[in-house]
Each structure stands twice: as C-alpha cells, then as structure tokens.
Write a protein of this length. Structure first.
Length: 297
C-alpha cells in the first residue's frame, strides 16, 4: 500500500474546533449542512486515531478562520502543536492580502518553521450559503494584487479556493504571478452535477491547468452531496487527473468535516479505489510525492 500525505484543506482540519469564530455561537447554515457533531475540540490524538490503518504518514494544516486579528496566533498555535506532537508537518496560514500591512504579517509567519503558504478564501457563489468572499473578483483588486506580490517575494504557496465561475480570473492570476505555486482547493468545488454544471467546471479547470504553476487537491468531494459515494467522487477524480495530470494532483480528506457523513477508513478506501486505474507511479504522486515536494515535507 502506498504511503500518503494527508493534504488537509481549509476550515476542515483543526484540533481545537471550539476556538473558531465560525463555530462559536449558534450554528449558521453551511455548505456541509448541520454540523453540531463537530462543534467540539478535535484533538490531534483523535485525528491520528481516525487515520489508523490508512497509511497516512504526514499532514498539512490549512487555516481555519480564527477571529479577525488572530492570524499569527493561529499559526503560532499550530507550530506549538507540531512541536509537541510531531503533527502537522506543514501549515498554510491566513493573511488578508489586501491589508496594507500584510508584509509585516508575512514576515512573522515566515519565521515559523511549519509555515509554507497562505490561504484567503475567495470563493463566491450566487447561493449565499456557498458564499465566502464579499464578491467574486476580489483577486483582481490592485491592493490585493500588491499583497500577492509580497507573498511571491517570500516564496510562499497560495491556496486558491474558487467556484467554476471564478476560474478564468484564477487562471489570469496564476499567469500574472508565475513564480507562485497555486493550489486549487477541492478540485474546483464542483457543486452543480448537471451536464451544464460539469461543462462550466471543466472549461474553468482547463484554463487553470494551462498554467503550469497551478496544482489541485482532490479533497472535499463529498461536500455538496453530504456523503462520499464512489459514483460522485470517482468521476470528479478521473476528470481532474485527466486535465491536470497526476503530478499536479494531491489527496486530501477534508476531515473532520467529512466525518459528518463517513469514516476516515471508508473515505480513504473509496479514494484509493477511485485512483486504482492509474499506474503505481501516478498513484504515488497523488498520495504522496506531489504534496511532499510542494510543501517541502
């Protein structure tokens, strides 16, 4: 069985969920439906128990939207967990690239050994429940692009989270910053499984894949159906791999969100079965090598 690196995404992997702003107070509607079951601390020990038998050897933490002003505190806390437990092995922190003082924050983040990049969620959708950014084209603002220049100057990864309708702007962003490695979250978040939805997503994915500095995570594939069925997951994986190539795709579990509807064992088995048509070299790239190289772990 090939070893895998757990390329964990977004607001979906944290060990103290109760500390997060988006989990404090009364629940609000989310893409992933009712989430009371995970409105609690998810410790690193529980996470590693969930991984048992899956042959996952490393993990990457991605920011989880702590209260405003807590960007550095979150990354420092992740570093403290890594120092104490040996997990996670890398961290993608948060920064608002439109902040005129983002250079100062980035300098402080870069001093933490686990920090490899930044994620600022830019996804916008006509459905307010799917919306995170205030508008779809934040990435085009001159002030925001100035922040991206600061990120590029520090050799940091940028994790790009957009819907299909934003992918052309995402591709143009990647073209404008060829020295930045972009990681597309959740294989582009295909939320519309109709033929028209597939076609819009496919066109956008091809635009992104045309930029050699764009990679993607095969994660969050059960988000919009609140399950992890092979009949939904496998076609998305096959299409994404055919567009990007195995060498630019990475596995991600989307835990603990996916824990709402599946076990880690079942998710991992479904994922591995979904890539079993590929060569062993391609499977290893998706499960391990791409993430190991990109995140330097």
């Amino acid at each position: 069985m090939a070893e895998s690196i757990e390329a964990i995404d977004a607001h979906h992997h944290i060990w103290r969920l109760a500390d997060l702003a988006w989990l404090s107070g009364p629940p609000v509607p989310r893409i992933f439906g009712p989430y009371e079951a995970i409105r609690r601390d998810y410790t690193v020990d529980e996470f590693r128990r969930d991984l048992e038998g899956s042959n996952v050897v490393k993990s990457i933490y991605v920011q989880t939207n702590w209260p405003p002003g807590g960007e550095l505190t979150e990354a420092q806390w992740v570093q403290s967990v890594a120092d104490a437990a040996g997990w996670p092995h890398a961290c993608v922190a948060y920064a608002d690239l439109a902040d005129p003082n983002v250079d100062t924050l980035l300098d402080k983040l870069c001093k933490l050994p686990t920090v490899r990049g930044v994620r600022q969620q830019l996804h916008w959708h006509e459905n307010p429940q799917y919306r995170f950014a205030s508008r779809p084209n934040v990435m085009n603002d001159p002030a925001w692009r100035k922040g991206m220049t600061e990120l590029a100057n520090r050799n940091l990864i940028f994790e790009l989270q957009v819907f299909a309708g934003q992918m052309q702007d995402g591709a143009e962003l990647a073209r404008a910053f060829p020295k930045v490695n972009f990681v597309l979250e959740h294989a582009g978040m295909l939320e519309d499984l109709s033929p028209a939805g597939w076609e819009l997503w496919r066109r956008g994915m091809k635009l992104l894949a045309a930029q050699p500095n764009v990679f993607t995570k095969l994660s969050g594939l059960g988000t919009f159906v609140h399950a992890y069925p092979a009949e939904v997951v496998s076609p998305i994986i096959r299409e994404t791999v055919s567009i990007f190539g195995a060498g630019r795709c990475m596995y991600g579990s989307n835990f603990p969100i996916e824990k709402l509807w599946t076990s880690y064992k079942a998710l991992n088995e479904t994922f591995r079965q979904s890539i079993s048509y590929l060569s062993l070299e391609e499977q290893r790239a998706i499960l391990h090598d791409t993430a190991a190289q990109l995140y330097r772990i």
